[in-house]
Design a protein around this ligand. Structure first.
Ligand SMILES: Cc1cc2nc3c(=O)[nH]c(=O)nc-3n(C[C@H](O)[C@H](O)[C@H](O)COP(=O)(O)OP(=O)(O)OC[C@H]3O[C@@H](n4cnc5c(N)ncnc54)[C@H](O)[C@@H]3O)c2cc1C
Length: 335
């Protein structure tokens, strides 16, 4: 096999990079055995333009959101399946927070807060909250997107079901030889949390943050809004909801825990007061960095091997943006 770019890893980062290379007409192959755990397979998939704990718009979200919509809508057209679903979020607030949200609606966040509903009453939601409606929000079915992208790549002969071995890459001077036999002009590692054991990366470049989610069935709960308080409750249809997520730096395995379950159900019980059944509970590792910003660019001292990683807890909104930056970097297109 000879190609311009090899992408190592087909999670959200590698998949979005592949679609972006296709858009720019650059030849590529994606390597991923496809049988392992990944952040993308565990993701809640939400996008939301406000910071989780501060009353503030997330940096760059005004630029990243339109690119995210365009990217997924283009891919949906090619594949013929919907992945991105727009849903307003309803931030539940108490009396003492009302004034600052009302001020924000008049000022900096006027473009994001479409309504504030005092004393909101919603089916299955604990009474006594006020509701702040944020319209620019929704979710991407990330596991569905990854699986459909894989099928598309296989169908077009662009997927190699192998892991790229970090210690089996030679540079001939003209191109790279990957896994002993595949020729490529450039290689981009999009390994997600697995980058932590890549021998070519300095230790600590990519860190991990464990997250847990549950799925519940709650026939008595409203399905119009993504509820947000200390957790999100995302309606996915047919009385099913995803609720999450936890954040922990201390555990580096993919197993859901009793402590995670307790944390999620106790936060859930503060906002919903209708019976529910837990139908799923899973965990994943978010790839992150020391300064929480994604990383893209060449590995130090190597002009042919690159990295795109660290999408953290905002892979959906940041992924298209950094995949685009990566392609511009690979092709020397000025920003
Ligand atoms: C519990 C949880 C909830 C989340 N919720 C949200 C959310 O609501 N909204 C949001 O925007 N983001 C969310 N995220 C974050 C988002 O999932 C991640 O930012 C994103 O999925 C990271 O994608 P990635 O491609 O970098 O890594 P991954 O998805 O882990 O993909 C890496 C891929 O590379 C493959 N691979 C690894 N090494 C090699 C190699 N050497 N050769 C070939 N293949 C290799 C792996 O098999 C894997 O398929 C969540 C994450 C978790 C864990």
């Amino acid at each position: 096999m000879k190609t311009d770019v090899v992408i190592a890893g087909q999670g959200l980062a590698g998949s979005l990079l592949a679609w972006e290379l296709l858009r720019y007409g650059i030849e590529f192959r994606v390597f991923d055995p496809g049988d392992g755990r990944s952040a993308s397979k565990a993701a809640g998939g939400l996008y939301y333009p406000l910071a989780a704990r501060k009353l503030k718009e997330v940096e760059l979200s005004a630029q990243q959101l339109p690119l995210m919509y365009n990217t997924f809508r283009e891919i949906e057209k090619i594949i013929g399946k919907q992945f991105l679903f727009e849903r307003p979020s309803l931030k539940l607030i108490r009396d003492d927070e009302l004034e600052k949200w009302a001020k924000a609606q008049q000022n900096d966040l006027a473009h994001l807060i479409s309504d504030i509903i005092p004393g909101i009453q919603l089916k299955g939601v604990v009474p006594g909250y006020h509701g702040v409606v944020i319209s620019a929000s929704g979710f991407v079915d990330v596991p569905g997107f990854i699986s459909a992208t894989r099928d598309w790549l296989v169908h077009h002969g662009l997927l190699v079901s192998e892991k790229v071995s970090g210690d089996n890459i030679q540079d001939s001077g003209k191109h790279l030889i990957i896994n002993g036999s595949h020729q490529a002009g450039k290689l981009v590692f999009c390994e997600g949390p697995a980058a932590a054991v890549n021998p070519l990366l300095a230790s600590g470049t990519i860190r991990m943050n464990k997250g847990e989610l549950i799925e519940i069935e709650a026939p008595g709960l409203q399905e119009d809004y993504i509820l947000r308080k200390e957790i999100f409750v995302l309606p996915t249809g047919n009385c099913r909801f995803r609720a999450g997520a936890t954040y922990s730096h201390e555990f580096h395995d993919y197993e859901p825990t009793e402590a995670g379950l307790r944390e999620l159900t106790s936060k859930l019980d503060q906002i919903i007061d209708t019976p529910y059944k837990i139908t799923g509970h899973w965990a994943g590792l978010r790839p992150t960095t020391r300064n929480r910003l994604p990383v893209y660019g060449p590995l130090p001292g190597n002009s042919r091997v690159f990295l795109l990683n660290g999408l953290g807890s905002r892979g959906v909104i940041q992924g298209p943006w950094y995949a685009n930056k990566m392609v511009k970097y690979l092709t020397n297109i000025p920003e």
